[in-house]
Design a protein around this ligand. Structure first.
Ligand code: NAP
Length: 310
């Protein structure tokens, strides 16, 4: 058996095209497009790529997309002032501060900055008001990655209600909201983390297994019930040849790609899982593109919430 691959690129394109009429109608009605402001602090290479992708996708959809760049030397007050400007801006319905912030801003910088974003513009869904609303199953802005996973499951006709779901990872950004969204759709949910004993055995009870760990190839076939749906949220850029050798046999196209480039983006799920799972998201091309699509969906939603639907 080889798992059905759930194509995140195709679904992302479909969702973005479905957003287009809403964006056009909003623009026609309000005389301006929905607007997204992104704050990027420092020069983290991965963050620059993520931000570029988000800006490009927003512009392609006819949204206004502005990047506010601050140097790595920026102070916390400068970052907060930038967020305050976007909070007050009549042209920006959504605000996103790219994570991670430079360590020089201090250990609690991300929390302080995210707490400053107007909850009505918090298109990443990180503000405690939006987290609380999510927990209470009230309409709100929900983080794009877990929202994208739900879209992928629902549109691939994978039943969630009644399913046993296991989420590996308990971050505020992925694991916890993922578990909550599955719970709200009547899955029976278990959350695992680095202190969970017998993790493989728990994972192997799942009809839907979500891996959001950040460790290449962590989920091996013994974690997977035959026929289960496996969602790979992990994204790691690997530069260690030994890690690649553990994932891909000699002669494998991806191993050769690594040899050419010196790095390779991989997920948390070992490629051998494809022989056991019923359905599987690839990395790249799985959950990642959906995160961007759901972010744009949140921008339109925030715009409509603030000034009324188009
Ligand atoms: P994170 O904040 O580092 O959280 C990782 C989670 O994995 C933690 O809960 C941690 O447990 C758990 N973990 C770590 N080692 C483990 C182990 N050996 N056994 C069991 N659990 C373990 O990361 P994140 O922000 O949630 O992101 C997770 C991954 O998803 C990363 O690769 C990230 O790049 C990727 N990601 C992808 C997208 C996308 O668009 N596809 C979006 C966001 C993130 P503890 O809590 O006990 O430490």
């Amino acid at each position: 058996m080889s798992a059905r691959l759930l194509d995140g690129n195709a679904l992302s394109a479909q969702i973005r095209s479905e957003l287009q009429p809403g964006v056009a109608a909003f623009t026609a009605r309000h005389g301006r497009p929905p607007g997204l402001g992104i704050v990027l602090v420092g020069d983290d290479p991965a963050s620059q790529i993520y931000v570029r992708n988000k800006l490009k996708a927003a512009s392609e959809l006819g949204m206004r997309a502005d990047l506010e760049r601050l140097p790595v030397s920026a102070t916390l007050d400068e970052v907060l002032a930038q967020v305050a400007r976007l909070n007050a801006s009549a042209d920006h319905d959504g605000i996103l501060v790219q994570d991670p912030l430079p360590e020089t801003l201090g250990p609690h910088a991300a929390r302080i900055v995210f707490d400053t974003i107007d909850p009505a513009k918090d298109v990443d869904g990180f503000h405690p008001v939006n987290v609380g609303r999510l927990v209470q199953k009230r309409p709100t802005l929900v983080p794009g990655t877990p929202l994208g996973v739900i879209a992928l499951l629902e549109r691939s006709n994978i039943p969630i209600a009644g399913a046993r779901a296991v989420v590996i990872g308990r971050s505020d950004i992925v694991g916890k909201p993922m578990a909550m969204l599955l719970l709200h759709r009547d899955a029976t949910v278990t959350i695992c983390h680095s202190k969970t004993p017998d993790l493989a055995a728990i994972a192997a009870t799942a009809d839907i297994l979500v891996a959001a760990v950040g460790r290449p190839g962590f989920v091996t076939p013994e974690f997977v019930k035959p026929g289960a749906t496996v969602i790979d949220v992990g994204i790691t850029s690997v530069t260690d040849a030994a890690v690649i050798a553990r994932l891909f046999p000699e002669g494998h196209a991806r191993r050769e790609a690594f040899a050419r480039r010196g790095s390779l983006v991989v997920g948390d799920v070992h490629p051998a899982v494809a022989a056991v799972a019923g359905a599987l998201t690839p990395v790249p091309g799985g959950v990642g593109p959906l995160t961007v699509a759901m972010l744009l969906s949140n921008v339109l939603r925030a715009a409509e919430m603030v000034v009324g639907p188009a």
